[in-house]
Unconditional design. Sequence first.
Length: 531
Amino acid sequence: MKIKFWYKEIKISTFYLLIIVVLALGIWFRFVNIDRKIPWIDEWITLDRITDYDNREEIQQKLFGGTVITVKELHDWQKLDPKTNAFNLLNNSLVNYPEHPPIYYLFARLWGEWFGSSIATLRSAAAVISLFVFPAMFWLCYSLFNSYFASWLGMALIAVSPIHVLYAQEARQYSLWTVTILLSSAALLQAMQRQTKLSWLTYALTLTVGFYSHLFFSLVVFAQGIYVILKEGFRFSKNLLAYLLAILVSIIAFSPWIVVAFNSLSHLDRQVKGWTEAQPTFFTFLKRWLGNLSRLFVDFGFDSSTNFGEAMVIIPLIFFLTILVIYALYFLIRNSSREVWLFVLSLIFGTTAILVLRDLFVVFGLISGRLFSATARYIIPFYLGIQLAVVYLLASKMMSPKANEQNIWRGVFLALVSLGIFSCIMSSQAEVWWSKGEASELVQVAPIVNQATNALVVSDADLARVLSLSNLLDEEVHVQLFLEGSYYPIDQDFSNIFVLNPSESFQEILGKEYQLESLRDTEIQLWKLAE
């Protein structure tokens, strides 16, 4: 195919035209219907983090002091305070959110000042950041495989990868974390090849940005360290020394946040305890792992609550994709250079081994908590490593001198891209998706309240959870919020009084005065009061 300009004629192959179309779709999927999915609790936490009211105590007293307000008044609170700035946000982060470094939130705050502070706007900030994934993936693939063809394949696969598109539309830091993983990996490879001061300073800079994007970036640095040590044959070489110096520089730059996180260990301990869930089994662990692996290429919205009949649709695809990934890793080890497969395997296993080991302790009852490695947003480095292995396999097979082999693997590439596009289309039309946590339950809870006349929702749950539900409630519905342990008389001027996720102490107090009818007893609890 030829595209003709007034000054010259450019020949573009069908393959590169397809890549351009896929990239365009990938960009479109990152922004289309960005406000459609119901916000979940973590996204409301993002909003709370960047609003940072100068009169926060006054606002908190108004919201949680037992005053009855409408849902509309609650929504009016969700605006940036013009009296505050980035320094206030940092202070809020240091005190309340030390487990989440601030770079994305500083950018989201600036973005909110320009375009507004709705959840959709904050999601668009993450989507804009995610666009840097394309050049970063291209750079990494070229640095690793020394092939423009493989680089274009890598960009195409990540463009319509359902998991990456999903987190590109999340009002959280995951798209930024993805970019920093790719950039730091490419910068490391370039630094080890060129061995110049500028290249190692560039690597140190990407490390610093990475540390300030996500605490789990430390796992990426650990994996990169494994790669450097193994590649250098355990010798104290110039590359190893330069790597250690780059790490030292980035840690010094990150040290203010390290000190804050250390001083806030009690807060972090409370956060981790709040993440506990029902004791998972090994079957649950395995099922979630296989499901998460397939979401790199296909995602029809199924989760752990999906019944077996519905899951039968996806099981053959999960089996095929698992075999493809295993074969890609085998092919990588057998056919690529030691430096290539060592880097990819370090990224895959070096970033997940610790999380998997911890989760096995959880599964076998040695410790309590959620499954980290089986939670998709925590294993993004693993996903990227798998994609690199698949890119190498596809690039090698599609450039094979055997025509039949070329055609077969072109078909595999088209199948993967088609599955990704179809998955993104499905996701873009949905209001609820597996990644939105409690949102599927909120959709069932909200109609119960909305259909009741003269309704009041009472709660001592955290504000983010209340906001998650309020987003689906009619503006005429009233709410009465309390801080846990500080309760006021419940307003009796309402025909229907509901209680959302009451703490044990609140349930005990309510049980002494009212009959409690449990309407839902899942992660989102809803009770109804009766005299």
